[in-house]
Ligand binder design. Structure first.
Ligand code: NAD
Length: 336
């Protein structure tokens, strides 16, 4: 947003375990305001909307880790469903009080996931009209929010748009997600836990491509529509880990890393562990609608993007330590 527009941005974040102000360090403070608040807090949202009168709302805020949703779904219901409901209500009340043409120009863009569509076999792709079939509490909470967002368009005429994207990777990702978790564990000489047989397939999307897709949908998408955003980069978890280990070998050779020297290589740290309950086998996105109708295409090649991501984590060990800050030790979650 800051790089591609002249707009001012108001960031609302509860700063849960997954959020950190360190991720905003260095942004242009003249164009960015920060409000520490829960999107489910009606009074706080009303105050924020009244003060800033946003021309658009982009709802990224969520509980996002599937394993945590298995251990404790309650915050997923509170934030992903009720929080989205509160944002919709607040946006609707604000927008109804506006005159045209501002009212029609308002956008509520809801960022969702491909996980709402369930699991694929060896063939096929998720399209925007693929029926919803969420399998984890996380996916079910996102699916529920998507339905509310859709309903606010059809029932109240709020100009909403939904985007459903695939697995993101890139800098600043909290180290509970597969790629940063593996990089940091490997550098520390800890096991690289591979769920099940490692054959689960995800379509990997660079975070910059995702952000560009969200901005494109915000600027050119049609209210009431949904757009899938994917990276055309299907890989098994094992393939991802192998590329990541190769990148690490060239950046910080295992032979020179005291934590790994005895094991001989980063790949030797790979360890098969019990699978995640209800683990979806394959996700794959058909992103032809956003390409055809809005002109968005992913720009990153997965292998070079992953290599750059590995390099970023190698160079930002302090950020990684600070955001974990004793609250998360990269322990196994989601087995209950
Ligand atoms: N990361 C992915 O691979 C991926 C894939 C598809 C969709 N998404 C969606 O993209 C969005 C962002 O995902 P992410 O990976 O950056 O998530 P994340 O878990 O890394 O970060 C979530 C952020 O939301 C904030 N937050 C959580 N609850 C809040 C609340 N009640 N009020 C205000 N702020 C709150 C957290 O503090 C944190 O800053 C989510 O909606 C997620 O469902 C992510």
């Amino acid at each position: 947003m800051l790089a591609h527009t002249q707009d001012a941005v108001v960031v609302v974040d509860k700063l849960t375990y997954a959020g950190s102000l360190l991720s905003l360090a260095g942004v242009d403070e003249a164009r960015v305001s920060f409000i520490k608040a829960d999107i489910g807090d009606r009074d706080a949202m009303q105050a924020a909307f009244t003060q800033h009168q946003p021309a658009a709302v982009v709802n990224f805020a969520a509980e996002t880790h599937v394993d945590r949703s298995i251990d404790g779904p309650a915050p997923f219901i509170d934030t992903n469903i009720v929080g989205t409901f509160v944002l919709l209500e607040t946006a609707l009340a604000m927008n109804r009080a506006r005159p045209e043409p501002e009212r029609a120009a308002f956008r509520f863009l809801h960022v969702s996931t491909d996980e709402v569509y369930g699991s694929l076999g060896d063939d096929g792709l998720f399209r925007e009209d693929t029926p919803y079939a969420p399998n984890s509490p996380y996916a079910a909470s996102k699916a529920s929010a998507d339905h509310l967002v859709r309903a606010y368009f059809h029932t109240y005429g709020l100009p909403t748009i939904i985007t459903n994207c695939s697995n993101n990777y890139g800098p600043y990702q909290f180290p509970e997600k597969l790629i940063p978790l593996m990089i940091l564990n490997a550098l520390d000489g800890r096991a690289l836990p591979i769920y099940g047989d490692g054959g689960n397939v995800r379509d990997w999307l660079h975070v910059d491509d995702h952000c560009a897709g969200v901005l494109t949908a915000l600027q050119r998408g049609l209210p009431g529509e949904k757009y899938n955003i994917g990276g055309n980069s299907e890989r098994t978890n094992l393939q991802v880990i192998d590329v990541l280990c190769e990148a690490l070998e060239s950046l910080v050779p295992a032979a020179t890393n005291p934590a790994v020297k005895d094991r001989g290589s980063y790949a030797a740290l790979r360890t098969f562990v019990p699978d995640r309950p209800g683990h979806d086998r394959r996700y794959a996105i058909d992103a032809s609608k956003i390409a055809r109708e809005l002109g968005w295409h992913p720009g990153h090649n997965f292998e070079s993007g992953l290599r750059a991501t590995v390099e970023w984590y190698v160079q930002h060990r302090e950020w990684c330590a600070a955001v974990q800050s004793g609250r998360y030790q990269r322990e196994r979650l989601g087995l209950s």
